[in-house]
Design a protein around this ligand. Sequence first.
Ligand SMILES: NC(=O)C1=CN([C@@H]2O[C@H](COP(=O)(O)OP(=O)(O)OC[C@H]3O[C@@H](n4cnc5c(N)ncnc54)[C@H](OP(=O)(O)O)[C@@H]3O)[C@@H](O)[C@H]2O)[C@@H](O)CC1
Ligand SMILES: Nc1ncnc2c1ncn2[C@@H]1O[C@H](COP(=O)(O)OP(=O)(O)O)[C@@H](O)[C@H]1O
Ligand SMILES: [K+]
Length: 493
Amino acid sequence: MKKIEYLQTGQTARLLDHKTIEEYKIPSLILMEHAAIESIREIKNHICMNQKKICIACGPGNNGGDGLAIARNLIKENIYPSLLIPKIEKMSKDEKIQWDSLSCFDLEIVTDINDLKHFDICIDCLFGNGLSRDITGYYQNVIETINQSGSYVISIDIPSGIHATTGKSMNCHIVSDLTIALDCYKEGLFINDGLTASKKCISVDIGIPHDLHSNFMINETLVKQYLPPRPSHSHKGTYKKALMIGGSQSMHGALYYSAKACYRSGIGTLTCMIPECIYPIFASKISFAMNKVMPCENGYFKEGIVPDLQPYSLISIGNGMSLNKSTIQMVQHVLHSDKTVILDADALWACKDHKEWLNRKETTILLPHIKEMTYLCDASISQILSNPFEIVKDFCRNHPNCILVLKSSLSIIGYKDKIYLLNQPNSALAKGGSGDILCGIVTGLCGQTNDYEKAVVCATYIHNQSVPNLDAACCLPDECIDTIPEIFKKLRT
Ligand SMILES: NC(=O)C1=CN([C@@H]2O[C@H](COP(=O)(O)OP(=O)(O)OC[C@H]3O[C@@H](n4cnc5c(N)ncnc54)[C@H](OP(=O)(O)O)[C@@H]3O)[C@@H](O)[C@H]2O)[C@@H](O)CC1
Ligand SMILES: Nc1ncnc2c1ncn2[C@@H]1O[C@H](COP(=O)(O)OP(=O)(O)O)[C@@H](O)[C@H]1O
Ligand SMILES: [K+]
């Protein structure tokens, strides 16, 4: 089973390294040794090293030190890599120690950069988290030669040249087949140039105490820990009464998907508040939910409606509502209540000029895609795409009772000062209706726990996994919803 995996910026990863060394008194050479041993274990899981010509390209810092520690540990297995090394006087303190520990072994040193073209495997230990400026000259030449070599390239910690926090290429960068992130994934691996710099990323444990981490990658292991239990001795009241507000003449499907996914995900009772004009079609498709039919005008909720929210403990609003004045009024009414609120789709647009409505005591869960995120912050789509982690953190700092899910092929969840990342791109979900399903699963899970942070994490994962075994182009939203039970079952075993 996969382990719990962590996420940090370059800066916070550095802080954790320092804390481990200074406060926990774990020497950096021990961390480096773990890094080397665990990296070798993972390399072996991906490629056979026997009989292969291997080069370890080392830079002038501790990333280079990792490379030399890998070399020493490979020798134990009768594998003798060649080394590209910096000038000895340029080596960091720990790298120099690693270099000295190789002094009794006769490894080939690569002196002509052109020779880098002749290896089967290249282990990239040029730069890690300490990359501080654009790479030019000698190291640019090294990077370009490795990229053109056709070798299987493994980057230790991060592809050299990618900035660990911003993901931006510092003039040039290694393109690798596999990246082995040490201790935690760095945010830069998932944004800007970092997103395409490596075909595959994994992380290894190097001995940093786990309790120093509070930002997580969302994977099955984490979700198994977070999934709320469903005790046998329970009744529908145990799992809350939800109200879903949405629908309009031209978009009745959105609320249907949301309601069906909600019921599939364990809500106690569900009421759907819909405009009268869609009642016949809505009621013919859904029999498990109660309907609260409201007056409509021009295919939308009539303006000025003030529904009674008192009976419900959870309210989701927005799916298929359309962009109009009655949506804004309804969202205002809901956000002024003392209920837990889930805002999706058109309800996010309704907050565009009223962000103060989000300063509530109760929890508000927001599910924007990138365009909808522009309604919630002062950034353009391209600014959000190039800096999504900071945008989410900033929003959550300013809205401490909000849980934000920034949805895309990668989804980022923020709550207070915590971040989660779901990195499981799946184009089966790149279709209208997918977001409505997420809203339903979030509402269903919030019915089963008061720990909404955990509920949202579980829902985001379950949604991502709920795709039928069909070509990604061909999945219908209904078919996705019908796989939700299998995912729950897998998570409970
Ligand atoms: N003890 C720990 O914390 C552990 C750390 N670990 C490992 O260490 C890595 C971080 O190590 P690090 O901090 O030494 O930085 P690293 O990335 O090797 O490079 C810094 C060197 O590069 C130089 N340099 C920078 N930019 C440059 C450029 N554009 N062109 C040319 N030179 C440039 C820079 O020079 P300076 O800026 O000082 O002039 C400095 O000499 C981390 O990613 C992980 O792999 C693990 O072993 C676990 C324990
Ligand atoms: N390529 C993809 N990989 C993973 N998840 C995706 C992908 N494309 C879309 N999704 C997910 O599907 C959902 C789409 O939501 P949204 O754009 O609001 O859809 P809609 O409003 O049409 O229902 C989000 O949860 C998003 O994360
Ligand atoms: K590297």
